[in-house]
Design a binder for this molecule. Structure first.
Ligand code: PLP
Length: 392
């Protein structure tokens, strides 16, 4: 019997749950066993084989959310990214990577790939021609990340899957920033979805985990190397992540709502130069974002006017804390120039559009009025300092 497709909140709450046959408890029981009696020699359960009851349950939830046949849960986002890339790339192969990627992924490629004899090219931009001109005879994978960090630039997923399919190339996306709630890459033909579950999936800044969702055949290929690399997640954390994901859809929608309102408010503020949020009509990729995203995420960046010291501004915030991580229920802010992009030369940062006064804001689920009040008082402090400078 074909069941009607459930809504996203129902999928988050129920899909994959482990039935508690013994006591009929409401939630999945936690199985911490690292040893299981053989049911059959072909089915050996073991945490590093990614097949404990809790691991399999959560993988089902992720797969359903990404509309794929299967999934795997990893010990970190980078474990998912590295294992998946290495599953599809062998010595002599080539991968095309989008110009702007998460720092850890960039480091994995430039610090490790030459040891494995894997060739790579970073695109010059986000357009079709930038990708096509980077493809070689031996290209096996195209890897993208959209929206990208920190300017929230959007890569056209339909375009990527079309140029890849024409050439028999596998496509991978890091879907962390969007979360499965705001973007379903497989709807546009992307093969493999990767996540740092540390971010919106976990959502409470207390879990480090990763996930991948793809077809049965692709997951089998990833599993074959995953069991050797050993990047599985402890069942206790898998179980916590299952709990977190029950509220993911309502959390992400709250992040989306707050971010859109705050982006609009910042966009009108006299001490702000630019706001980068794909939900704003002024964002260069707004139309593309509208086409392929269901919500615009809780992530945005904005640039303070030149005369303001961004460090003083951030220190003046009370509710909003400075933090490297993102996508928690609490709002956090950072300076890309001082943190994620600090190792680039100032010319390279300028080339990428990352000024010293650019701030990345991970909008939490606090009340919008309290976040705006915190910004107001910080703006008042920096404005007063500027006034004192002009009269002294
Ligand atoms: C955090 C992050 C990662 C890495 O995830 P970890 O869980 O820290 O290993 C990968 N991609 C993006 C976009 C991220 O934000």
């Amino acid at each position: 019997m074909k069941t009607k497709e459930h809504g996203v909140n129902t999928i988050c709450t129920h899909v994959g749950e482990v039935a508690d046959e013994q006591f009929k408890g409401a939630i999945s029981p936690l199985y911490m066993s690292s040893s299981y009696a053989y049911e059959d020699v072909a089915v050996k359960r073991y945490p590093r084989y990614f097949n404990t009851p809790n691991q399999e349950a959560l993988a089902k939830k992720v797969a359903r959310l990404e509309k794929t046949e299967a999934g795997l849960i990893f010990g970190s986002g980078m474990a998912a990214v590295s294992t998946t890339l290495l599953a599809f790339l062998h010595a002599g192969d080539h991968v095309v990577l989008q110009k702007t990627l998460y720092g850890g992924t960039y480091n994995l490629v430039v610090e490790e790939f030459s040891k494995f004899g894997i060739e790579y090219t970073f695109t010059k931009g986000f357009a079709e021609n930038d990708f096509i001109s980077a493809i070689q005879e031996n290209t096996k994978v195209i890897y993208v990340e959209t929206p990208s960090n920190p300017l929230m630039l959007i890569t056209d997923l339909s375009m990527i899957s079309r140029i890849a399919k024409e050439r028999g190339i596998v496509t991978m996306i890091d879907n962390t920033f969007a979360s499965p709630i705001n973007q379903t890459p497989t709807d546009f033909g992307i093969d493999i979805c990767l996540h740092s579950a540390t971010k919106y999936m976990g959502g409470h800044s207390d879990i480090c985990a990763g996930a991948v969702a793809a077809s049965e055949a692709h997951i089998e290929k990833i599993w074959n190397i995953a069991k050797n690399l050993g990047g599985s997640l402890s069942d206790y954390t898998v179980w916590l992540l299952e709990r977190s994901m029950k509220t993911m859809a309502i959390r992400v929608k709250a992040h989306n709502r707050n971010a859109k309102k705050i982006a609009k408010w910042l966009n009108k503020h006299p001490l702000v130069n630019n706001v980068y949020y794909p939900g704003l009509k002024s964002h260069p990729d707004h139309e593309l974002a509208k086409k392929q995203m269901k919500g615009y995420t809780g992530m945005l960046s904005f640039e303070l006017i030149d005369s303001i010291d961004a460090g003083v501004f951030m220190k003046s915030l009370n509710l909003v804390k400075q933090s490297m991580s993102l996508a928690g229920v609490e709002s956090t802010i950072l300076s890309p120039a001082k943190t994620s992009h600090a190792l680039l030369s100032s010319e390279e940062r300028a080339h990428q559009g990352i000024s010293d006064n650019l701030l990345r804001f991970s909008v939490g689920i606090e009340d919008k009025k309290d976040l705006i009040a915190d910004f107001e008082q910080a703006f008042a402090i920096v404005a007063k300092k500027n006034f004192e400078k002009t009269i002294s």
